[in-house]
Design a protein around this ligand. Structure first.
Ligand SMILES: [Zn+2]
Length: 534
């Protein structure tokens, strides 16, 4: 690679106008967020057109096909599940009678990828946040017997938890696993006021009708389907009040503790719940799109730095309604894919870095990081040859950022690389401004972390370059008004000069990692390295 291609601006910190790079980014986003693609839901023509576009761009850049069968695609076998309309019911049964709850207003359940039919009647136990984290000296299950019971737990995690380790333990999968390991047969998570402040309960309505997806093992079983959980529900705290009537603690007392950070009690509850639902299943495949830039070093070229960006989005609105129905996903994640394509162009121009680079546009991120997990577990190159992952997901390219948040940076040697790369562009690293969002476990890099691969994921940070733009308001406005809505589209004021700089930083990180004689490593004693490293 020619040094000038990725070099920082002459005076670090100055904005360099990059009309050509900005225009190419705009062109990709414009295509991928077009209404014609109808929100890029896996299994639709819109997604497949997006995949063909990315493959075509890879080919144009001269990248080597690194999918299956000499092509750019890796087909991910998927089970798709739809909730049968009207089939979800939930009732509380006590000595005083039966209290039914209404679907969507009071409780929500998605379709089950594990079972077509569920009909569960079981007693309940309250287990704090439903978290078992001995590494943090914490367990909501100490002294609590939940065998044969449905675990009732608050959303989220204790306020005292560290951001990224906490994100791991508060993730859905860890909560499922902790409950199942103790013989629980169901899980009810309570939507608290603390959760409501960042995720409006009203938005569960948007999810009704949306399919769930899981990738299928060679035995045809859904991966991480958790069939042991015969009920897996979310309940609004106002409805959940009924579960705690006559119990040692009321719902309000527990919510107060959630707000104040006080210790959570755990106890069995008196009633039983009766939960039912039916799901309809079918099979499909959806491609990850994979390309390789071969490294130049005779030895190091057998190792890969992998970039990921999810190509899918959430499709069209389900349910009733008028107006714009298409969730275009301009920032989520047409922007990340566009940045990855231009990163590939920067790295493919000129002399090759020493290690090889992989570029993977993954499917079904919005279904639970499904395509990235399939690739991380079934990579098209030897699994042990993946040395680092760099993810691109929903960079909020709406302002001229002065810093970036680098999720994962403090866990591995990637942190030093990212700091240096960003520093060349006058950009500092900022701490996670929203630890309660659990961002670290919510995008595709995490599937690589779980396979032991050090990973990093950059988003634009809280400081504006001009020091005056209120980026907090910009970010909040996006999350509240546009995130996962039809208005995440090309009407958003995307700052393409900032997008160009964001691209160069991410390209520089990959270039540095690919040229470093030292393979990236987990920091000594790091939680993720200890838990997943190999
Ligand atoms: Zn999303």
């Amino acid at each position: 690679m020619a040094a000038w291609l990725l070099a920082a601006p002459a005076a670090a910190g100055e904005t360099v106008a990059e009309p050509a790079l900005g225009a190419r980014l705009a062109a990709h986003i414009t295509f991928l967020a077009d209404d014609l693609l109808k929100g890029r839901q896996p299994g639709t023509a819109g997604y497949d057109i997006a995949a063909a576009y990315v493959a075509s761009q890879f080919q144009q850049l001269g990248l080597v096909p690194a999918g299956e069968g000499g092509g750019y695609f890796q087909q991910v076998p998927l089970r798709r599940a739809y909730l049968e309309p009207g089939s979800a019911s939930l009732a509380l049964e006590t000595d005083d009678g039966t209290v039914p709850f209404t679907f969507v207003e009071q409780f929500y359940t998605g379709p089950s990828v594990a079972q077509a039919e569920a009909d569960l009647s079981a007693p309940l136990a309250f287990a704090g946040y439903g978290i078992h984290a001995p590494e943090l000296g914490y367990s909501d299950y100490d002294g609590l017997d939940v065998a044969g019971r449905v675990v009732v737990a608050l959303a989220g995690m204790p306020a005292s938890f560290p951001s990224e380790e906490g994100a791991h333990f508060a993730s859905s999968r860890e909560k499922y696993r902790s409950a199942i390991d103790r013989g629980a047969v169901g899980l009810i998570r309570i939507h608290t006021p603390r959760r409501e402040r960042r995720s409006d309960w009203g938005r569960v309505r948007d999810r009704v009708g949306a399919p769930a997806m899981a990738w299928l093992t060679t035995a045809g079983e859904p991966w991480a389907g958790f069939p042991q959980l015969q009920a897996n529900l979310v309940m609004h705290h106002e409805a959940a009040v009924r579960l705690f009537e006559g119990a040692a603690f009321s719902m309000q007392q527990l919510l107060d503790r959630d707000e104040s950070g006080a210790e959570m009690p755990r106890f069995a509850l008196a009633g039983r719940i009766h939960a039912r639902q039916r799901s309809r299943h079918d099979r499909l495949t959806s491609p990850n799109v994979v390309a390789m830039l071969p490294g130049s070093d005779p030895l190091l070229s057998a190792e890969y730095v992998v970039y990921t960006a999810h190509l899918d989005h959430i499709g069209e609105l389900h349910g009733d309604g008028h107006g714009d129905r298409i969730n275009n996903g301009a920032l989520d994640n047409a922007s990340g894919v566009s940045v990855m394509l231009e990163t590939a162009r920067l790295l493919a121009t000129g002399a090759a870095p020493r290690r090889s680079l992989l570029f993977v546009a993954v499917t079904a991120e919005e279904k639970g990081l499904v395509g990235s997990e399939y690739f991380a577990i079934n990579p098209t190159v030897p699994a042990t040859s993946l040395v680092a992952a760099i993810n691109l997901d929903m960079p909020l390219l709406l302002y001229d950022f002065g810093d970036v948040v680098a999720f994962g940076a403090e866990h591995s040697s990637l942190g030093g690389t990212v700091r240096e790369a960003a520093g060349e562009f006058g950009v500092a690293l900022a701490p996670d401004p929203m630890p309660e969002e659990n961002i670290f476990v919510r995008s595709d890099h995490y599937r690589f972390v779980q396979q032991g691969v050090p990973a990093v994921f950059l988003v634009t940070g809280p400081r504006a370059r001009d020091g005056t733009t209120d980026t907090g308001a910009t970010i909040q406005r996006f999350l509240q008004a546009h995130y996962h809505r039809p208005s995440d589209d090309l009407d958003l004021p995307i700052d393409y000069a900032a997008a160009a700089r964001f691209t160069r930083i991410n390209a520089r990180i990959g270039e540095m990692l690919a040229n470093d004689p030292q393979r990236p490593y987990w920091l000594e004693g790091d939680f993720f390295g200890t838990t997943f490293g190999r």
